[in-house]
Ligand binder design. Structure first.
Ligand code: FAD
Length: 437
């Protein structure tokens, strides 16, 4: 057992994403910014790049800018778990928006998961994409019963292939007795997120898009009479006919209307050191993605080479430093896998996911500015899918239509972009999780 938290870190520890070892962020020498473009996209994650691919291939001159290196945000930091991602269940959505909208919104989630696989295959992106299935562990007997009821009463037309796993059979999925059984969702998949981003970035550049890192948008000014926008950046001004905001969890006062509607929540990850040929594989023998039923969820998986565990979650009421979150995540990990108590941490990092008050992503246009954001922690498939839809909408294509554009994007009275309620919510949900309810 390591003697102090410092002993938990490997000698080559890095406080940056594990994924960047294989796919370092790439920022070629800056080129002069064009003075005029058809489309300017702020944010170079999956959303921005997928929208850019559509507009550039449709013949529009397209510039993508990012305040940091291209891909610096969540799109190169995430867990690489590919799921449907629509959080509210059918009944909750139907209550708010009617059953037709609820049905179509969930259909969009299902389309998102299948279309990312098709996209990766069609574009030939090398990113360890695998339809490996996901084990969803019940953290209490009560949650196991809930899961059982849920998969037996799936909405017709929205079924996902889900197999119940009794606690006594659980070790076939995960070498742990932590959970009270669970389900396996076989359609869910995995990817190396930074390799995926790098692959999409290559396609975008091939399509003629200019992608400029270290170019922060500082102001967006609408010209009168539909004459487009003047965007002030840290490297000069650009005029664009269309502007897209693809900043998700990094949305700021640059766009006050969006800042009041999407808030940032830190999610934290660690990677273990290389555990050798068999140790990690023996813990998740079928190489599934894993999440659990806690409200303050943890999520984990094998690294693509099967030699490490990549483990994520939220471990503090307020945002913290990756060196502080690492030992806490290690404790969560060893509660599930006591076998890993001597395993060291080689990487620790965090990123900001974009959350909304409706727990739903939103895509649309406000005051002439296009946006897609608020994937609520499940954005790998959704940002690819809705980024693409957004690009198609800009091109005026019918294919871009989505029922999510019809959902009202609500804020709360008195909320101006400071999520003061977050630490209280994390504390309360953590309390409920400990009670198993
Ligand atoms: C630790 C972690 C784990 C996650 N795990 C999963 C997972 O396993 N599965 C899953 O589906 N989802 C996961 N997610 C969520 C997923 O990664 C995101 O939903 C998705 O990547 C969002 O992509 P995006 O393009 O919308 O935003 P991002 O990739 O975050 O890109 C936004 C970009 O906007 C830039 N920006 C902001 N303001 C400006 C400005 N003024 N000027 C210029 N640029 C600006 C930022 O620098 C940033 O690069 C995870 C997220 C985190 C943080």
């Amino acid at each position: 057992m390591p003697k102090s938290t410092d002993d938990l870190f490997s000698h080559d520890f890095k406080d940056r994403p594990f994924w960047w070892d294989r796919s370092p962020l790439d920022n070629p020498d800056p080129a002069p910014l064009p003075k005029n473009v058809d489309v300017l996209i702020i944010g170079s994650g999956y959303t921005g790049l997928c929208a850019a691919l559509q507009t550039a291939r449709g013949g529009k001159s397209t510039l993508v800018i990012d305040a940091n290196e291209p891909g610096w945000g969540c799109s190169s930091r995430n867990g690489g778990q590919i799921s449907t991602g629509i959080k509210p269940d059918f009944d909750a959505l139907a209550k708010d928006h009617g059953s037709h909208t609820a049905f179509e919104a969930h259909r969009e989630g299902l389309r998102a998961i299948s279309s990312i696989g098709d996209f990766i295959q069609e574009e030939g992106i090398d990113c360890d994409y695998r339809v490996c299935g996901r084990f969803y562990g019940a953290h209490s007997p009560r949650h196991f019963e809930k899961l059982k009821r849920k998969i037996n009463a799936q909405q017709k037309g929205l079924e996902v292939d889900a197999q119940l796993v009794q606690r006594e059979d659980q070790r076939e999925e995960i070498s742990s007795d932590f959970y009270h059984g669970g389900i396996v969702q076989t359609q869910f998949a995995s990817v190396d997120p930074a390799a995926y981003h790098r692959g999409v970035l290559g396609k975008v550049r091939e399509a003629g898009v200019i992608v400029e890192g270290f170019t922060e948008a500082l102001g967006v000014l609408k010209r009168s009479k539909g004459a487009g926008f003047d965007i002030q950046t840290s490297r000069g001004a650009v005029h664009a006919a269309e502007v897209v905001v693809a900043t998700n969890g990094y949305t700021s006062r640059l766009t006050p209307w969006l800042h009041r509607r999407v808030f940032s929540i830190g999610s934290y990850m660690i990677a273990t050191e290389d555990l050798g040929d068999d140790v990690a594989r023996s813990l998740i023998p079928r190489d599934r993605m894993v999440v659990d039923s806690r409200r303050i969820v943890v999520y984990f998986r094998l690294s693509p080479d099967g030699r490490r565990i990549i483990f994520g979650g939220r471990v503090s009421l307020n945002e913290t430093d990756p060196r502080i979150s690492a030992p806490r995540l290690h404790r969560h990990m060893t509660a599930i896998f006591p076998q890993l108590r001597t395993a060291k941490i080689s990487h620790s990092w965090m990123g900001f996911v974009g959350w909304t008050f409706q727990h739903m992503p939103h895509i649309g246009r406000h005051d002439g500015i296009w946006y897609s954001m608020g994937y609520c922690g499940s954005g790998v498939a959704l940002s690819t899918y809705f980024g693409t839809r957004l690009g198609q909408q800009i091109m005026g294509q019918e294919a871009g239509r989505t029922v999510l554009s019809d959902l009202p994007f609500r804020t709360r009275p008195g909320y101006y972009g400071n999520p003061w309620f977050l630490s209280a919510s994390v504390g309360w949900y953590g309390f409920l999780d400990r009670l198993g309810i």
